[in-house]
Design a protein around this ligand. Sequence first.
Ligand SMILES: [Zn+2]
Ligand SMILES: [Zn+2]
Length: 313
Amino acid sequence: MSYPFYVLKFRDGEPAPMKEEVIRAVLGPVTVDGLPARGLPEWWNLRTPDGGEAEVHGDATCLSFTHVSGRLVLDRMAELARRTGAVVMPLDCPVLLQREHDRRHLPDGDLRAHAIVVPPATWSGRSIEQVVRPLPEPPRRPVPPRFAYHSGAGAMAPSDEPCVCCGQVRGWVYTGPVYGAEAPSRGICPYCIAFCKAAERYGATFNDVIDGEVPDEVAREILERTPGIPSWQSPRWLTHCGDGAEFIEPAGAEELRHFPDAVEALRRECAEWGWSAERVDAYLTALDADDQPTAYLFRCRVCGTHLACSDFT
Ligand SMILES: [Zn+2]
Ligand SMILES: [Zn+2]
């Protein structure tokens, strides 16, 4: 277990020393090369008959146990706490108490509020394990791939399933649109998009229409190796300065407040539809990142201008 554990005793909110002879009696027999005849070393190693180990630091006021392995080490820790009236405190987990009555001795706050009472009859290494085990391991997801034309926003979700294309558990699944009769509509990892694997294998594309002229290589990158835009209809990929723009995020009126150049682009688009000024204003105010109508915010990779288009069904 990579968690450090602390064994310490509280009286009236303050740490109070444990009896040194009890520490020696409980930990001495499993200390590598034994404890010195008197006093406690700054740190020492434990080894139990089941092959368990731990490193002990501190003094009678607070002992920390690190690199803990094996049930018998936990049993020793529990016994030490039981015989000294101490608590066991695994890092970032609730404190283990032996009696409800002792709760009042803990420092006020979270420590006291969340402490768990384990009755002395069941007080053992196993009860410590039960408090520690339920905590999920911290997620160790790889960083998702980066795309030149897409920020990644709204295009993928964490997943522990293997990718349908490469068969590997990559930690992420693509959640945007997939075009192509042979292509699976879900279950592709974003790496298979970035590395063109899904496009080669299924003839899949992830975007449909590019709005403007760009070099063939750019068009292929956007259609085949760039996630699509999570949208109500299939939106156009915007271009500027002869290059594809980078998709930033779905945006509502609130998000667009910071991008007047993008709002202007939307106004021009609405004007082309022949809408009155009032109708355009009402439409722009109603834009919502999560509900239609939604705007799609882009940024020119060359000049930095923000652009947007919108859709509704
Ligand atoms: Zn894959
Ligand atoms: Zn530009």
